[in-house]
Write a protein that binds this ligand. Structure first.
Ligand SMILES: [Fe+2]
Length: 180
């Protein structure tokens, strides 16, 4: 279950209904898939190859297609980050720049963990800490970035309307303070 921390006030929001209500108020999609549907050897496993990625897509096929039908996504894939990922630290530094996209950014976490840091309409930046099963969509043109948690590994399904359109546009925000 996701946890939200509002950076300015350090207010923490927990609990399914509370998290969902807050994210809805920010026009952020939030839903939950059942991570225990994965074969045991894939649960919590972030060191995976192409075969396991295909298995993950197969496991969540119904959930993926339901979300895609509702929101117009056309393509999907799986991304895995872990200590074996080449240049992980450089990659993370790149991720941690506030940016926007011209389509929404959807991630379903299937193993590991991470956070989206999103600029709220009236709350300032808030962190959405995601666990396996959490599905989130950052709305179009909303400043945000993604980062890993202390365990430094994650597996996520990504859904796209048009992968070509999913380009990061850097967002220079004097209001953003990187450290919490
Ligand atoms: Fe993004």
């Amino acid at each position: 279950m996701a946890t939200i921390v509002i950076r300015d006030t350090q207010e923490t929001i927990k609990g399914t209904d509370e998290v969902r209500a807050f994210l809805e108020s920010q026009e952020v999609l939030y839903e939950h898939w059942d991570p225990t549907k994965l074969p045991t050897e894939l649960q919590g496993n972030c060191k995976i190859g192409d075969e396991e990625k295909a298995q993950i897509l197969e496991t969540f096929d119904e959930d993926i297609r339901s979300l895609a039908d509702r929101r117009g996504y056309k393509k999907w894939d799986v991304i895995a980050l872990n200590e074996d990922t080449p240049d992980l630290e450089t990659l993370l530094k790149k991720f941690e720049q506030v940016h926007t996209h011209t389509e929404d950014e959807v991630r379903a976490i299937t193993a590991g963990s991470g956070s989206f840091v999103i600029k709220g309409a009236d709350t300032g930046y808030f962190d959405v800490q995601l666990e396996p099963g959490d599905v989130i969509s950052v709305p179009v043109d909303t400043p945000h970035f993604f980062t890993l948690s202390d365990e430094r590994q994650v597996v996520a399904v990504r859904l796209f309307i048009d992968p070509e359109g999913w380009v990061a546009h850097k967002f220079d925000d004097p209001a953003f303070v990187a450290s919490k």
